[in-house]
Design a protein around this ligand. Sequence first.
Ligand SMILES: NC(=O)c1ccc[n+]([C@@H]2O[C@H](COP(=O)([O-])OP(=O)(O)OC[C@H]3O[C@@H](n4cnc5c(N)ncnc54)[C@H](OP(=O)(O)O)[C@@H]3O)[C@@H](O)[C@H]2O)c1
Length: 300
Amino acid sequence: MYVITGATGHTGSVAARTLLSRGQKVRAIGRSADRLQPLTSAGAEPFVADVTDAKRLSEAFRGAQAVYAMIPPNIQSNDVRGYQEQVSDVISSAIANAKVPLVVLLSSIGADKPDKTGPVVGLHNFEQKLNRIDGTNVLHLRAGYFMENTLAQVNAIKAVGKSAGPLRPDLKVPMIATQDIGTAVAEFLLHPKFQGKQTHELLGQRDLNMTEAAAIIGKSIGKPGLEYVQLPDEQLRPALIQFGMSQNMVGLLLEMAHALNSGYMRALEPRSPKNTTSTSYEQFVNENFVPIFKQQSTAA
Ligand SMILES: NC(=O)c1ccc[n+]([C@@H]2O[C@H](COP(=O)([O-])OP(=O)(O)OC[C@H]3O[C@@H](n4cnc5c(N)ncnc54)[C@H](OP(=O)(O)O)[C@@H]3O)[C@@H](O)[C@H]2O)c1
């Protein structure tokens, strides 16, 4: 039986559904039976638990042949890093207690660095905690920049007619669709070719900079030549807070952006068929960005 944390989320739901479609038993963890219902209908065992609840998670992991572990984002917290440490402590202890033989962790590029990468420091520390568990094989999947992050551009385009953010316009980043991560997670769980503690980067279909991403968005929403502008922190701070992030989260996000801009946080593996996935940014924009953009246009 495979246990999936974050089972209603972007990556967890795809991993769970892929495993179910291969006839595997899946225990799906989330905070709400209602939100887990679609997975329950697809054959998963729903398991309502909060990832900060040590006792419940130890129960959830009991009997698991493998676990997909992740730290749920908590963008409204005033202590995001503290929350991350709490979750990674609880999940690591539960894995050790239940003697889970195999774990795939959702990590990130930059998790090789111990500091100055914002929320990615929490993933670095999670990797270290799992590395200390004897007898459990662990694969740290270090994913690139989620294509889903660019969905926030819907708001920027509506507000100022431009795409905008903290990243340098010319900075190439490996951009990945979360669907590709979920699919890869399921494959690694089903066919574990790793032993001990290993890392593996997942870099999406290709590297793109924000100028190129804006051009692709512009073409798809009927605004050819859509521009991307890099905004200073002082201008981004209030906008990000307005969109629901705590001041603490905004600080971490901007720290991560600086780490990417300076090259301190970057992919370490050369691109290869092993770390390249299939969904192009064009496909992501057509399937995900355009419907949200159109919906908001109708609502406005
Ligand atoms: N954004 C990036 O570019 C990037 C890059 C690399 C790595 N990452 C990492 O990716 C992770 C996010 O992955 P994702 O996009 O798949 O997440 P997501 O879609 O936001 O899903 C979060 C999941 O966690 C569940 N959840 C939230 N709080 C919970 C709690 N307290 N207890 C139990 N379950 C809880 C949610 O379900 P319910 O609400 O139903 O409980 C949901 O299923 C983060 O760790 C992030 O650091 C992000």
